[in-house]
Design a protein around this ligand. Sequence first.
Ligand SMILES: [Zn+2]
Ligand SMILES: [Zn+2]
Length: 248
Amino acid sequence: MSPSEIMKMAEVEIFRGVDYGSDRKPIEGGLLDPRLGPPNKKCGNCATYGANYKDCPGHFGYLALALPVYNVGYMGTVVDILKCICKSCSGVLLKEEMRVEHLRRMRNPMLGPLKKTELMKMVVKKCNGLAANNRPVECSKCGYLNGSVKKATGMVAIIHDRSKFGGVMDELRPENLLIMNIPVPPTVIRPSVLVDDSWTNENDITERLKNIVQANARLRHDLTQDLPPAYAGGFKHSWDALQVEVAQ
Ligand SMILES: [Zn+2]
Ligand SMILES: [Zn+2]
């Protein structure tokens, strides 16, 4: 799902890492927001359409990340795309004639998906060919020397020559390979179980989402600290932490 599809499907933005207030009522903007549907029998009716616990089908929310993170399922594709793109001017690392020729073939409506994947692999190979023996690839448009791109081992990250200079603001497209919004499922599929009058037991999904909301809030806070670019590492740490939470 694209970020805008996730938003369209949702009734409410979830941004608070708490579920109940001191009055034991679900907090608005929290993970058990009454607009997602009643989280259990005692919480009254759904705040979206007014149905009771039994009749409300549940509604989705969404969580807007302060900065995008990798979708672990698309890491390979993102690495391939980065291999083909100049880290300075964002142009494709192919000679212009070759780029036009490949684009023409790729847009051929008669070409099946398998052939397209093959063609894509060939383009990645060509763009990466020079970097294979650790030689940088020179961009034919701006002359920038592009080093190798690889998946980092043991963590959810991609290493390339710009990433070392904290070049974290590189614009990546297509952006849908990254995660910018996370759907928050209705409370019916992750009920808040009443243990007794003053205690509830939260579902694993709710707890997991809570960790993401809290990591996201820390990153948002760090971003507003207005640090000079040289201290970009300051929020990089909380960004990495958010990546780890989302990847779980
Ligand atoms: Zn409802
Ligand atoms: Zn370039």
